[in-house]
Design a binder for this molecule. Structure first.
Ligand code: FA5
Length: 368
């Protein structure tokens, strides 16, 4: 006769599950396995005892013992998995070698265009100029009309510009900021400050009820033109604009300011050359070049053997543009000039293809 009852056997499953779950490590779990499933284990003993039980109890006892064995195997296997995973995690932590040199975060790099722009701004701030900006999506009225472009000027052709809608476009140059800067220098209560940008330029002066302050600003900024991309032309590029308005400003002031700027930026022996040009917003207008710093003016492939490198456009502010800014052309005058920044960056860092400046290739950017 056996001492085992069916109830005893049924309880084994519950007991082994509780003990397996409580095992703190793999060694303790092995002890649980031996205690229940080992040769002398309790479930093994129960299975052996079935043959000695009364015949009517054997089927139920056999079923209970098999179930207990199944529960024991599952409980032990799942606890083993948990304990092994914990051990792997702990092992990984142990592998941290605190004596290894640290990996420093990689420092960012300034974009070559930003390096040039900051240097340009510093030079002009040193001369008492204020750095201002304007929107890249600009009123057509400011990009063209207020700058004295006649309605049929070829530059307004859709081919050369990106239009957003009938009134807004991506600015093709930084010159529209001239108008914004002028109107911002009217006294706070002057109606010109509140005027719609689309008011016909020749009417603006009629709204002025103040004496606007002199203007001395530079404008670094991104510009857009619908052009074929080449080594030196892009459809996105940066310009740098300078505007001075006050009493008695003449071409001599333009020349003096530019001479100071080019000597600071390109070197003390730099010379400037003006040649007559045309811009609707300046009169007279001139393009300006400097002697080629690569060959010292002798002629080389960088200056196409001319000894001169064209930098940008300049001139005295046209009376109609002063009027569009609310300034009386009989009382004040001014000069303006503007040039491309990308080409300066290309020369400074010997970058042959302007596209490299806009591709964001880290191998290129890491060099600066
Ligand atoms: C202008 O944009 C005038 N607003 C400059 C100006 C300002 C004249 C104030 C008078 C008074 P222009 O179209 O020439 O001018 O452009 C000026 C400079 O921008 C060029 O000399 C060139 O360096 C640069 N530039 C023009 N188009 C591109 C382009 N597609 N890609 C790169 N740079 C360009």
């Amino acid at each position: 006769m056996s001492d085992w009852t069916v109830e005893d056997i049924e309880k084994l499953g519950e007991q082994v599950e509780a003990e397996a779950a409580a095992a703190p490590d793999l060694q303790a779990l092995e002890q649980v396995r031996i205690a229940y499933l080992g040769r002398e284990g309790r479930i093994t003993a129960a299975l052996k005892a079935i043959g000695k039980m009364p015949a009517d109890q054997r089927p139920a006892a056999g079923k209970a013992a098999n179930l207990a064995r199944q529960r024991a195997q599952q409980a032990i296997a799942s606890r083993r998995k948990e304990l092994e995973a914990a051990q792997t995690r702990a092992g990984a932590d142990d592998q941290l070698d605190v004596t290894l040199p640290g990996v420093g975060p990689e420092l960012g790099h300034r974009h070559p265009i930003m390096i040039v722009l900051e240097e340009l701004c510093d030079i002009f701030i040193g001369m008492g100029y204020e750095v201002v900006s304007g929107p890249e999506a600009e009123w057509q009225a400011l990009n063209w009309t207020a700058l004295n472009y006649p309605p049929d000027h070829p530059a307004m052709d859709e081919q050369a510009s990106f239009y957003v809608n009938d009134e807004v476009m991506l600015r093709t140059h930084t010159s529209p900021v001239q108008i914004r800067a002028m109107r911002a220098r009217h006294q706070p209560d002057c109606p010109v400050r509140q005027l719609d940008w689309r008011v016909p330029p020749m009417e603006v002066l009629g709204h002025c009820r103040c004496t606007p302050s002199p203007v001395r600003v530079v404008v670094p900024g991104r510009t857009y033109r619908r052009e074929s991309v080449t080594l030196t032309h892009h459809d996105i590029f940066y310009q740098f604009e300078c505007l001075l308005i006050g009493e008695g400003i003449s071409f001599a002031d333009l020349h003096g300011t530019m001479a100071t700027f080019v000597r600071e930026y390109f070197g003390p022996n730099t010379r400037i050359r003006f040649r007559p040009d045309f811009f609707p917003f300046t009169e007279p207008s001139a393009d300006f070049s400097i002697n080629c710093e690569m060959c010292g003016g002798e002629g080389c492939r960088f200056c196409k053997d001319s000894g001169w490198v064209e930098i940008g456009g300049s001139g005295l502010v046209h009376p109609n543009v002063l009027t569009a800014g609310g300034y009386d052309p009989d009382k004040v005058s001014g000069f303006a000039f503007g040039f491309g920044v990308d080409r300066l960056a290309q020369r400074r860092f010997h970058i042959e293809d302007i596209r490299t400046l806009y591709e964001n290739d880290m191998r290129f950017l890491r060099q600066f």
